[in-house]
Design a protein around this ligand. Sequence first.
Ligand code: FES
Length: 166
Amino acid sequence: MSRVPLPYNPKILELFRNPKNLGRMEDATVTAVAGNPACGDMITFYLKINDQDVIERASFESYGCAANIATSSIVTEMVKGMKLEEAWKITWKSVVEAVGGLPSVKFHCGILAVGALKRAIRTYYKRKDFSPDWLQKEPSFEEKQALEEEELAKILSKRMKMEEEK
Ligand code: FES
C-alpha cells in the first residue's frame, strides 16, 4: 500500500525543515509537556518569563509530525515579547492561519502546540499561587483536547499490552 503525501503548504515544509527555537532551554522559567510518548505525538514547551510577566524567549522539543513541528515553531515565534495575558489569547485557529493552513486531519497537531503553551502559562501562575482575572478557571479548548488525546493514548497502550499478554 502506498501512502499519499499530505498536502502541506510550502510554509509548513519550510518550518519543518528549518524550525525556529527548537531545543531544550536550560534556564526556562517554566516547562510544559503535551501529548503522549506512547503514540509519538509529544511536545515540550519552554518559556523564559521576566518579572513583568513578559515572555522573553520560547523554545520547544517535538516528537510529533511536520505539522506539529511547524505549528510549535510558529507559536514560539508568536509569543516572543508578549505578555502572558496576550499569549493566553492565542488560539489553535490563529496558529493554523499563521502557518498558512493545515490539512484538517492535522488540526490536532496545532491544538497540541497551543495546549502546551497554555499549560505552561497555567503552571507558571500555579507555582506563584496567583490567578489573574483573565486566566479562565476552566481548561481552555486546547488544554481539554490535549488531555483527551493523552487519555486516549493511555487507553490504547493499555489495550495493546493486554493483547500482547494474551
Ligand atoms: S502531532 Fe500527531 S499527527 Fe501530528
